[in-house]
Design a protein around this ligand. Structure first.
Ligand SMILES: C[S@@+](CC[C@H](N)C(=O)[O-])C[C@H]1O[C@@H](n2cnc3c(N)ncnc32)[C@H](O)[C@@H]1O
Length: 546
């Protein structure tokens, strides 16, 4: 252990408290170099966080040191590795990497020469520099005068010579969703990113996914990338092309599931995909809480959510994709304006009310429409029998909407643990957003479609493609485009029988044996013979039965 040389800081950049804390820590290291200062060094990042006035705009949510340590182990950091964090913030990942390298026997001067970081925020870069300077001094070395901590854009400004030369890319890049006004990128930046990321770029792609793409470009031929990203990006449509592209360039080997509570100031479900080497037969899922790991077959390219589903015991299945829902039906989500229009027209009805019934997500269960059986909330009011009182001549746009909804259709809930679908055979129900409507071109296939969408293979397929996208860890969000892509079985007597039974399950109160019979028939229709699929589905559906 050595005593620190004098600090080289741009003190004028640092908020008062931080400047003082750094100087104080420097003194303590100088006088007691044998003490353990890791916690104190990591604390500088927390002080930087506390000094920020708006972390949301820049996605600056810093990672606890213990998590950075976990990721450093997960990525199998080795002696001599060049390490880069492209959105380095106050440097907690580089600190954890430095410490790990030291444990592996690397010299402090070698460690200092191998750490690279970029951040848009000059203050955070200065905190990272101070942290690493102090670490080097504490560990008996000297942080180099010219280091590789740069103020700049980690997606656009990384030096050419860093590309293809980083053995490890780690970090927790900013999560900047493009559906929130506060974090939407400017037109100019969108244009620059489109030029940089060409076909992988999409208007709605979260910046953290672009960092993952950038990570694969920075990685050396034997490099490894592990960046923490929101779990929803493992299955979201806006990142599908990027995931497929990444799997071709540096395939997914393993995924670390961090859960929802790793950050002090934000609750978001996160994962860290580990990208490296070439495609293997299996991928490992590492769960943090409670700690466990599971080995699963490598999913189709880009289908990372299948691993999250698999880790939750959802059977992994492969379906023939010759026929899809979109070949026989239109799947639509309703538009917001329809909601506002409906809001003024929903009134309390009665059990025998002839007016069209309102359908909300809360009222749709598997094979069930709970109208009148439970109360539902709509436009901040509670109803037992919500019905619609519609004037003689509605505005044209809404008349068109009404016409499209008064057809036989299926209604599918969008935030669910298991698929929840009900057939509106008479076309008497009016759905409110975010319910999905599935309107078959030929009403004669309605019960066949209900059977397919409610089948065990469809449930496993939808969950595998959407795990991580729900509002909570246990739910999925079924998008219209995903439901459109759901594979359908080939015509068969098993499907015909399954359709007849699906109608019976909806229209009569049935014993569990008939649900089992339905599941067996539809597994047969889909050529899915897995015993695990049947027991898993029965288990799930039983939780939803009245
Ligand atoms: C989620 S924080 C994480 C910081 C650090 N890796 C950690 O985990 O503590 C994201 C960081 O990215 C920075 N940032 C935002 N957009 C950036 C960009 N385009 N390029 C580089 N850094 C960026 C923010 O200033 C912030 O420091």
């Amino acid at each position: 252990m050595g005593a620190p040389t004098s600090l080289r800081l741009k003190s004028e950049l640092l908020p008062g408290g931080l400047d003082q804390a750094i100087k104080h820590l420097s003194e303590r290291i100088r006088s007691n170099p044998k003490d353990n200062f890791l916690e104190d060094l990591a604390q500088l990042g927390r002080l930087r966080q506390a000094s920020m006035s708006n972390h949301r705009r820049s996605g600056a949510v810093f990672t606890p040191y213990a998590i950075a340590e976990e990721i450093v182990k997960f990525v199998d950091l080795r002696k001599g590795d060049t390490v880069c964090d492209p959105a380095v913030g106050p440097g907690v990942f580089l600190l954890a990497a430095a410490e790990r390298k030291m444990q592996l026997g690397e010299s402090v001067s070698s460690i200092c020469a191998t750490l690279r970081g970029v951040d848009l925020d000059p203050v955070s870069i200065e905190v990272a520099r101070a942290t690493l300077q102090l670490w080097a001094a504490w560990r008996g070395g000297v942080w180099p005068e010219t280091d590789r901590l740069l103020v700049g854009d980690g997606l656009l400004d990384i030096p050419d010579e860093w590309h293809g030369t980083c053995d490890v890319v780690i970090g927790n890049p900013p999560y900047l969703g493009q559906l929130k006004a506060e974090t939407t990128r400017s037109k100019r930046r969108a244009e620059l990113l489109r030029q940089e990321f060409t076909s992988v770029y999409g208007t709605y792609i979260d910046e953290s996914m672009l960092f993952l793409v950038k990570g694969t470009e920075l990685a050396s031929p034997s490099g490894r990338v592990a960046l923490i990203i929101p779990a929803s990006l493992a299955g979201s449509k806006s990142t599908q092309i990027a995931r497929e592209w990444i799997d071709r360039k540096l395939p997914l080997q393993s995924i670390w599931v961090g859960g929802r509570s790793i950050f002090d100031i934000a609750a978001v479900d996160v994962v860290a995909p580990l990208l490296a080497g070439t495609t293997r037969d299996n991928c490992t899922v590492i769960l943090r809480d409670p700690p466990s790991s599971v080995e699963l077959s490598t999913p189709d390219p880009g289908c990372w959510s299948a691993l999250l589903a698999g880790a939750n015991d959802v059977p992994i299945i492969d379906l023939d994709k010759t026929y899809r829902v979109k070949d026989v039906a239109a799947v639509t989500a309703d538009f917001r304006d329809a909601y506002y229009w409906l809001a003024d027209r929903v009134v309390e009805g009665s059990s025998s009310d002839p007016r069209p019934k309102l359908a909300t997500v809360g009222l749709i269960d598997p094979f069930l429409f709970m109208h009148g059986k439970i109360t539902s909330r709509f436009a901040k009011q509670r109803f037992q029998y919500p019905v619609l009182e519609i004037e003689g001549n509605p505005p044209e746009a809404f008349q068109r909407w009404l016409d499209s909804k008064t057809a036989p259709k299926l209604l599918v809930a969008t935030q669910t643990r298991i698929v929840e679908c009900f057939a509106d055979a008479q076309g008497r129900l009016l759905p409110s957003t975010p319910l999905l409507s599935v309107v078959p071109a030929d009403a004669g296939v309605l019960w066949h479609l209900l059977a397919a969408i409610m089948s065990p293979p469809a449930a496993a397929w939808l969950i595998a493609n959407a795990a991580g996208t729900g509002l909570s860890g246990e739910t999925i969000r079924i998008r219209a485009s995903l439901l459109s892509d759901l594979p359908l079985p080939e015509k068969s007597p098993a499907w015909d029988e399954g359709a007849a039974l699906a109608q019976k399950l909806q229209e009569k109160q049935c014993h569990i044996d008939e649900f089992i019979n339905f599941a067996e028939l539809m597994n047969q229709a889909y050529n899915s013979t897995s015993e695990g699929l049947l027991t898993w589905w029965i288990d799930q559906i039983q939780k939803k039965l009245p």
